[in-house]
Design a protein around this ligand. Structure first.
Ligand code: HEM
Length: 161
């Protein structure tokens, strides 16, 4: 009888744990995606101690805080953070003129290099925290039809909007 009671309690505990797990899963799946304006993104440039460090590549905002030795204040790639620096990553350049999301005139080789780094480094290594307003919206504020959230690993389409 005592054994049966113990089994019963165990089952109750297990089902409570599973329900909690499901709740967490649901919460993660419905987490809203953040949209960053240029001004907002600038706040996360590593200047403020204790703040996360964000950088955008191809309009996707990554939390690069764990790469502080690259991106933190006074670190070698600090110029890349707090902004979308797609062009700089494509060209492997830290020239101030390249610290922009503008991809106009990039060669096929630079675009391939950009994609390799985007997939192999950023998407693999760093969590996505949102998207730049410029990636999701057109200049006039209408939705950008070329925005493909399904390209991103951490979110499902239904979580995006
Ligand atoms: C003499 C020039 C350079 C050297 C010796 C160098 C060296 C390195 C090394 C050794 C790593 C890998 C570190 C690691 O994974 O532990 C790295 C990563 C990287 N480098 Fe450079 N680099 C140079 C120039 C540049 C320039 C000009 C850029 C401009 C965008 C750049 C952007 C990057 C990026 C984005 C990463 C990935 C960092 C990450 O994992 O988050 N590098 N570099």
């Amino acid at each position: 009888m005592a054994a049966a009671a113990r089994t019963f309690v165990l089952i109750i505990l297990l089902s409570a744990t599973l329900a909690e797990d499901d709740k967490l899963r649901f919460k993660a799946a419905t987490k809203p995606v953040r949209l960053f304006t240029e001004e907002e993104l600038k706040r996360y440039d590593g200047t403020e101690e204790g703040q996360p460090i964000y950088m955008a590549v191809k309009g996707v905002v990554f939390d690069v805080t764990k790469g502080k030795e690259f991106y933190g204040h006074n670190a070698p790639y600090n110029a890349l953070v707090g902004k979308d620096c797609t062009r700089a990553v494509a060209k492997m350049s830290l020239d101030p003129a390249d610290l922009t999301s503008d991809t106009a005139g990039l060669t096929d080789e630079q675009l391939k290099s950009l994609n390799d780094i985007f997939e192999g480094t950023y998407k693999t290594k760093y969590p996505i925290v949102g998207y730049t307003a410029a990636r999701i919206l057109n200049q006039d504020g209408s939705p950008n039809e070329h925005f493909k959230p399904e390209d991103q690993p951490h979110f499902q389409i239904k979580d995006e909007f």
